[in-house]
Design a protein around this ligand. Structure first.
Ligand code: X2X
Length: 335
């Protein structure tokens, strides 16, 4: 809704002049935090959300995107808390980075739980997805929509990895929840938790031998340039993105603006998920062209990784919630 504020100019200017400026009724600006910039699908999702909101609110609502975890001084695992406290109004965050505060989000990090994209969709779009949104909401943040960082693949500088034994003693950079410590320890590796901001320097200096991230991140960040010559496509987990808003900010908004923000988030998320998936094969081709050696696991090799990481389930399913894991599993089976 656009209102007109008019001030009658008196003395100096011609008497009859009315100066009317189109001002926006309750024009508001909100901060949106992301880890990755708009060089990546993740940051592009944020820009898309901002554009849709700008357009549909006719400039009344501005979403200002702050990439590179800058609102939390680079520490992406603090993003959820900062949003809950109101230091950040909104965010598009990875389930990994928010899992320290929302243990249910570790569901997505369970190794080899989701075999393919349709399994991810069955979880996010089904009853399990609703349970996860409830878990987020009960912690003071309003979730609006899903996006996708992607299936995470394993890279390293030392040699091809085709079986758990190949990871033996390798120092692997991991992020987020302690679950990752357990997964990589179970595989015989030596995991080190650090932020994305610290990851590339650590790979460059050889402080770590490897890392795991979706192909889009590997490709755009040119992880091959820091000695990561080996890439294993093992699809061991997928981290969705979640568009969310601080609860007080949300309740301060009129219902129509809430609906506008939510629908724009849904549209931006769907657009970003489709784009990310469509680009996967060309990204892989580009990575291979740059000389990276790619290993694809056969069924037997895949099974060896599944078996080697079973202990992660024993420890983490109770923390995630048996009920949620069961509901997600049912959704995947019925897809
Ligand atoms: O830090 C990572 O690895 C990244 C960019 O994928 C996330 O924020 C989860």
């Amino acid at each position: 809704m656009t209102a007109f504020r008019c001030s009658r100019l008196t003395t100096v200017v011609v008497g009859a002049a009315l100066l009317c400026t189109a001002v926006t009724a309750q024009a508001r600006e909100f901060s949106v935090s992301t880890v990755l910039s708009d060089a990546f699908p993740w940051g592009q999702a944020a820009e898309r959300w901002a554009d849709l909101v700008e357009e549909r609110s006719e400039g009344r609502i501005t979403l200002r995107v702050y990439p590179n975890s800058q609102l939390v001084a680079g520490d992406q695992t603090r993003e959820f808390s900062a949003m809950r406290q109101g230091l950040i109004d909104m965010a598009i965050g990875s389930t990994i980075n928010w899992s320290p505060q929302v243990p249910e989000l570790n569901l997505f990090s369970l190794p080899f739980f989701m075999p393919d994209e349709s399994a991810v969709d069955a979880v996010t779009g089904g009853e399990a997805g609703e349970m996860i949104f409830d878990a987020i909401e009960s912690r003071g943040v309003v979730p609006l929509a899903w996006g996708e960082n992607g299936f995470r693949q394993l890279s390293n500088s030392q040699g091809p990895i085709a079986e758990p034994g190949d990871l033996n003693g390798l120092k692997i950079r991991v992020v987020g929840s302690p679950l990752f410590q357990d997964t990589f320890t179970a595989l015989g590796a030596n995991p080190t938790q650090m932020s994305w901001a610290d990851a590339k320097p650590a790979l460059t200096t050889g402080a770590v031998d490897g890392q795991e991230n979706p192909l889009s991140v590997f490709d755009v960040a040119r992880i091959d340039q820091v000695g990561q010559e080996h890439l294993t496509l093992w699809n061991y987990m997928n981290d969705p993105l979640i568009f969310a808003v601080n609860e007080r900010v949300w309740s301060s908004l009129p219902e129509e603006d809430q609906a506008l923000l939510r629908q724009a988030a849904i549209d931006a998320g769907q657009w970003e998920i489709a784009m990310t998936r469509e680009q996967e094969s060309e990204r892989l081709a580009a990575i291979q062209e740059r000389g990276v050696q790619v290993v694809e696991l056969n069924g037997e090799q895949h099974q060896a990784f599944v078996e080697a990481t079973q202990s992660v389930y024993d420890k983490w399913v109770p923390q995630i919630g048996e009920d949620l894991v069961e509901t997600a599993r049912d959704g995947i089976e019925a897809r």
